[in-house]
Design a protein around this ligand. Structure first.
Ligand SMILES: Cc1ncc(COP(=O)(O)O)c(C=O)c1O
Length: 420
């Protein structure tokens, strides 16, 4: 009997069996590390970038799911690999009505996925070979970086400012290196809360056109816009150019536990994405897709979105006021996002915010995510920056969290001084 990979009291170790991808390209993320610390310390958290559970439409969704479960179609294999045609029609029509999709987008261009995360994963598999260069807005959503790297991509950061990707930076990088696509979250970005204005989007699209680069637009916060509608989507702006792949999700507007999202696929990629979908498993749960369809058919969409925005806008306001009261006097700077869940900030001086975040969760039981977690160049970027999320913490608890954070900072700085 072969003992390759065998041994030790812990049982078979899969030493020789593990793929080089699993050995070399997977790792824990800075966010995962902080979430574990929050749980271990029983801490409050401004870290979780998730919707608030008290806003999940539990009763309406239960009724919609009950109806879905009475539908005989849901019980067998579903033979449409792209998912429920009715839900795809609903999405296509909604996106057009809301100015997100251009005329060419129909249900045949929409693939339903296991959350926006799977949409990004499928696009990654379609477009990346080991060693391929891709451009990513920096900072960016850590899980996407992990997905790109798993496929072997080299993620090249493109610097951004308060209005998202800096066009001159994109131009400089794109002309020097041949990249497959640019990944961007144009609205209320995770982690920075920033939104790229329309003129800048147009300039970015022009640069990509001139250099033959595709664009992946990840837009799960689109509808959570608190100060007026967001700028036109890249998908819509590109019109018949069809170089934009758009990923989206029901996680933020219904609930993330449903694991439901979608990708808008340009015609040239429909066949490839369809094959990838099949290779990833036989469909996604039709029961969930039908439940979402019945839920959407039963609500007034605009009113529901206005209700969500009203509550998150309120939470954003309370957190900004608390920041002004507790953090600004100590020299912290933060931005004012126009939507989504996140405020981006920087600590005063030369502080190592990663170290401070660990200190704060241990000593004061309050979690924040250090900015370094979101930079493609990891430890070397983002020192001094951090992300605060206002979505999941009720406004009553927020002040306590902010007091703890301010206290943690004072004692951390004191401890650092006494070391010096
Ligand atoms: C920018 C961004 N993209 C994609 C996702 C994935 O969301 P889901 O897979 O729940 O749809 C998230 C979730 O936080 C996100 O912030």
């Amino acid at each position: 009997m072969s003992d390759r990979g065998a041994s030790s009291a812990g049982g078979f170790e899969f030493r020789d069996q593990m793929s080089s991808m699993a050995r070399e390209r997977l790792g824990t993320t800075g966010i995962g590390e902080m979430i574990s610390l929050v749980v271990e310390n029983g801490a409050m958290s401004f870290g979780a970038g998730e919707p608030s559970s008290d806003m999940f439409p539990v009763d309406l969704m239960r009724d919609a799911m009950e109806r879905a479960f009475c539908d005989p179609d849901i019980w067998g294999y579903h033979h449409d690999d792209f998912g429920s045609i009715e839900l795809r029609e609903w999405i296509a029509s909604r996106m057009k009505q809301d100015g997100i999709a251009p005329d060419w987008v129909g249900p045949e261009n929409i693939l339903l996925t296991n959350g926006g995360g799977e949409a990004i994963s499928l696009v990654t598999e379609a477009l990346i070979d080991p060693g391929s260069l891709i451009l990513v807005e920096s900072p960016t959503y850590t899980e996407s970086l992990l997905t790109f790297r798993k496929q072997g991509a080299v993620c090249v950061p493109v610097q951004s400012d308060d209005e998202g990707i800096i066009p001159s930076e994109l131009e400089r990088i794109v002309s020097a290196r041949r990249a497959r696509f640019l990944y961007t979250i144009p609205n209320f970005q995770n982690p920075s809360g920033r939104t790229t204005p329309a003129e800048r989007r147009m300039r970015i699209l022009d640069i990509l056109r001139e250099n033959d680069v595709a664009l992946v637009e990840d837009d799960p916060y689109h509808y959570l816009s608190y100060d007026g509608p967001p700028p036109p989507s890249y998908l819509k702006m590109a019109r018949d150019d069809r170089r934009v792949i758009h990923t989206n999700s029901f996680s933020k507007i219904i609930a993330p536990g449903l694991r439901a999202g979608w990708v808008v696929i340009p015609p040239a990629l429909v066949k490839t994405l369809s094959s990838l979908r099949v290779s990833a498993g036989l469909g996604r749960p039709l029961a969930i897709q039908k439940g979402i369809l019945f839920y959407m058919q039963g609500i007034d969409f605009e009113r529901t979105i206005a209700g969500l925005c009203g509550e998150y806008r309120r939470r954003r306001g309370v957190m900004l006021d608390l920041i002004a009261k507790h953090l600004t006097p100590m020299g912290f700077c933060t931005n004012r996002p126009a939507g989504g869940f996140f405020i981006w900030g920087s600590a005063p001086g030369e502080a190592d915010v990663k170290e401070f975040a660990h200190y704060a969760v241990r000593e004061e039981r309050i979690g924040i995510i250090p900015g370094s977690a979101f930079y493609p160049d990891g430890e070397h970027g983002g020192d001094g920056s951090f992300r605060l999320s206002y979505s999941k913490v009720g406004t009553d608890a927020m002040e306590e969290g902010m007091i703890r954070l301010a206290r943690a900072w004072r004692s951390y700085v004191g401890a650092e001084r006494s070391k010096a």
